[in-house]
Write a protein that binds this ligand. Structure first.
Ligand code: ZN
Length: 279
């Protein structure tokens, strides 16, 4: 399942509490050839060497990306955007499958496994702005959980676009960060909007419903500790169920009872109610 803004924020907060102040004594990388080939890992693995013996200064996130900041201007960027699992073993113990394993000076272990599209990069401070996900998420866009995500901004920016909604909300050219295809399906269903409609053709009420849906989904997911498919670094499951998405396959719309349909859209699939979300 995808790790979007809420889940990335939960993970970063937990990491910040769990590993800040600890020193990385050892690291190990697995399945590196495949990971490098698809661009999920530094092409030059020696770029990981500087993380050894570095102390964790803290962990933060913005959008879907987690930054673990280390001493001596070193960082690990983790972006399990379309799927990934981070596991923290306080007392060591049985290590799950991983792509990156960190062993700290107190014997605790952190593993990261990318299960779909995502990244694990070791990056020094002076190179960090060159990283695609860091650039997109930490430097770009407005984040739905930050104060500048206002209705006025949304109305003026999104509402003025004579384009379909998805590229405005999802991906590298989006106006907002932290939203992937999963949140997109959820919010347009909540706002009763068909994915093929153009932003500029939405009524003010529809646009407002979309804005509210984005805020609601992000805050509810944070409150419920992530989606039900998500597990935090301690293995605890989240409690948020998407109003629309793959979980609604072969189901009926909870509002009108119509059969949910799946539509190929914008390089992915979108589940929708053909009655509530008219084209
Ligand atoms: Zn419906």
């Amino acid at each position: 399942m995808s790790i979007e803004l809420p889940e990335a924020k939960i993970l970063a907060k937990q990491l910040d509490q769990a590993i800040t102040g600890k020193t990385i004594k050892e690291y190990d990388l697995k399945d590196v050839e495949r990971m490098i080939k698809i661009g999920f890992l530094n092409e030059d693995l020696s770029e990981f060497k500087p993380i050894k013996d570095k102390k964790v200064i803290g962990a933060t996130s913005r959008g879907n990306t987690i930054r673990v900041q280390l001493s001596d201007e070193t960082n690990i960027l983790i972006g399990p955007e379309y799927g990934g699992v981070l596991t923290y073993l306080k007392e060591g113990g049985k290590v799950p499958k991983y792509h990156l394993k960190l062993v700290f000076d107190d014997g605790s272990i952190l593993t990261t496994r990318i299960t779909s599209m995502g990244i694990i990069y070791a990056v020094p401070d002076n190179m960090i702005t060159k990283n695609y996900m860091y650039k997109r998420d930490f430097l770009g866009g407005v984040s739905p959980d930050e104060p500048d995500f206002t209705w006025e901004w949304f109305r003026q920016t999104i509402g003025a676009e004579n384009r379909q909604l998805k590229p405005l909300l999802v991906g590298k050219d989006a106006h907002i960060i932290g939203v992937s295809n999963a949140t997109f399906q959820d919010v347009i269903f909540r706002a009763n909007i068909h994915p093929k409609r153009k932003a500029s053709e939405l009524s003010e009420d529809e646009l407002h419903a979309l804005y509210d849906a984005i805020k609601t989904v992000v805050s509810e997911r944070l409150e419920k500790k992530g989606k039900t498919e998500f597990t935090d670094i301690y293995g605890e499951k989240g409690g948020y169920v998407a109003a629309m998405g793959p979980n609604m396959k072969n189901q009926n719309c909870p509002r009108c009872g119509s059969a949910i349909e799946k539509l190929a859209h914008g390089g992915g699939s979108v589940y929708l109610c053909p009655v509530c979300q008219k084209e």
